[in-house]
Design a protein around this ligand. Structure first.
Ligand SMILES: [Zn+2]
Length: 110
């Protein structure tokens, strides 16, 4: 996406480790390092996770409704704006929060 919002791999220090926007809606995201293949995870604290839940529950249905209405009435620009806004207010914060917490994957943690 061009933005460097990923975290740093704890094993090989490769930057740009992201979990994908939809996985970042969960409190715990699991993935693999793009460079060395190390299994990595990120578990949000309850504070950041609660913030993300509030953003998703308040903004999600509203933006989906705007998107659907805009599509039905043929207002493509508005539909695109709703998608962009959903990404900027829900998915992007999720990725940013998870990027700070990248650690080696542990089965017993989080
Ligand atoms: Zn790595």
């Amino acid at each position: 996406m061009g933005l460097n919002i990923g975290g740093v791999c704890p094993t090989c220090s490769a930057k740009g480790q992201a979990f994908g926007p939809l996985r970042c809606l969960n409190r715990r995201a699991v993935g693999r390092c793009r460079q060395c293949g190390q299994a990595i995870q990120s578990t949000l604290g309850w504070g950041p996770y609660l913030l993300l839940c509030v953003l998703a529950t308040l903004g999600g249905p509203l933006l989906i409704a705007v998107f659907a209405l805009a599509l039905l009435s043929g207002q493509w620009l508005l539909a695109g704006g709703a998608v962009l806004l959903a990404w900027a207010t829900i998915l992007l914060p999720g990725e940013l929060l998870h990027a700070r917490e990248v650690r080696v994957y542990s089965l017993y943690e989080g």
